[in-house]
Design a protein around this ligand. Structure first.
Ligand code: BMA
Length: 377
């Protein structure tokens, strides 16, 4: 009798005990990888899980708008300053969607091209991350217009409906980010960044701590629960000049990745390098205590005025402090033109040093992702 019922008993036991172990980590169900969105797609969960794993041994190299333009060129198929310099695309690609709803982004890139490149990046097995310099909803000017506006877009505010429309515009753009099989492409989404600065309307002078947290929570709940978006990994990213990293942190259930935007502004010296190391140490500690991922969400030294920046300021300091620093990726800011660039290009004096940085086993580029399936568990 018991023998006849054995398959049923096994089935019940299996259903009751859903917890599985993947590489030593207990996963409660296939969708519980610690993401704030419990309905996140399988590919999104896998990306988050793999970023967490990778950060223990490597750091992915990223570049903003890498496929879109570089120093001396604009929108050429398969062109990339990074690829021209070292032979491989970056492993992470940043995209900017300020001006969404128009034909071109605030940096004049066609949104139809951004979509095309996001798909290409995904099919290459690399990572896409999106930032959003949202126009000031009160004045309609760009995000650097500091006219207070956060209160106005929160529930009850006179621009709340308008803000919901903006989020719907984002949802529409996002819904077109699918591969050839219709699979939603995971995106590391980084809204309302550098909020501890005073340069954006969502900065610390434009809203109280509670208003900022409410804005963050509303945005996530609206995208996730009302607009049913499940391919996003949410990143909190203060500017590196913070006094308290957690000051405007909206809560563990509203953040997936802990980031920081750290720029080198002066001559590269020990003081600045120490500051950098300390910042990444604080970040790593916070992320680890929450079992979340840490990233250097923006970085650079404008015009790369020190040709050894990649090894002197980034690689060597991080490698020397590996016991305290685990970041899944760094994203170097854009190569817009000869007086506004952050990454090397073929004739730049930093190329040799960049090749050293690229060749180090700690850094991962697109080429290194060939055997790593970021979107599979
Ligand atoms: C800033 C600058 C601007 C750009 C903005 C959004 O850091 O690079 O030129 O418009 O980012 O990409």
């Amino acid at each position: 009798m018991i023998q006849k019922k054995l398959p049923i008993i096994i089935c019940i036991l299996f259903c009751l005990n859903q917890n599985i172990i993947i590489q030593g980590q207990e996963i409660k169900s296939t969708n519980d990888f610690g993401l704030l969105d419990k309905s996140a797609t399988a590919e999104t969960c896998a990306l988050y899980y793999n970023l967490k794993n990778i950060s223990q041994k490597h750091m992915l190299y990223g570049h903003q708008d890498d496929m879109a333009y570089g120093v001396g060129w604009w929108n050429i198929d398969d062109q990339s300053d990074i690829k021209s310099v070292c032979g491989s695309y970056p492993a992470v690609f940043g995209w900017e969607i300020g001006n969404l709803g128009n034909e071109r982004s605030l940096d004049s890139v066609l949104f139809s091209d951004i979509r095309k490149w996001i798909i290409k990046v995904y099919e290459m097995g690399a990572v896409n991350t999106i930032s959003w310099h949202l126009n000031n909803p009160v004045t309609g000017n760009n995000s650097w217009d500091q006219t207070p506006a956060v209160k106005n877009i929160l529930p009850g505010g006179n621009k709340h409906e308008f803000f919901k429309e903006q989020l719907k515009t984002f949802a529409k753009f996002n819904s077109a980010l699918v591969d050839k099989n219709g699979v939603a492409i995971p995106v590391v989404f980084r809204p309302f960044h550098e909020h501890n600065g005073t340069w954006f309307w969502w900065g610390k002078k434009g809203c109280t701590i509670d208003e900022y947290k409410s804005l963050w929570k509303f945005t996530i709940e609206y995208l996730r629960d009302s607009l049913n978006i499940h391919n996003l990994i949410y990143t909190y990213s203060p500017d590196g000049q913070f006094t308290d990293y957690m000051e405007r942190y909206p809560g563990d259930e509203f953040v997936d990745i802990l980031g920081v935007d750290f720029y080198f502004r002066n001559k590269i010296n020990d003081k600045q390098i120490n500051e950098f190391v300390n910042t990444l140490t604080v970040l790593t500690k916070a992320a680890k205590s929450k079992n979340k991922v840490a990233v250097l969400s923006e970085t650079g030294y404008e015009l790369l005025k020190d040709s050894l920046w990649h090894t002197k300021a980034i690689l060597n300091p991080i490698k020397k402090n590996r016991s305290k620093i685990e970041i899944a990726y760094m994203l170097t800011w854009r190569n817009a033109r000869t007086n506004h660039f952050f990454a090397p290009y073929p004739t730049h004096p930093s190329v040799k040093d960049f090749i050293t940085f690229y060749s180090d086993s700690y850094t991962y580029f697109a080429k290194d992702l060939k055997d790593i399936k970021l979107y599979k568990k």
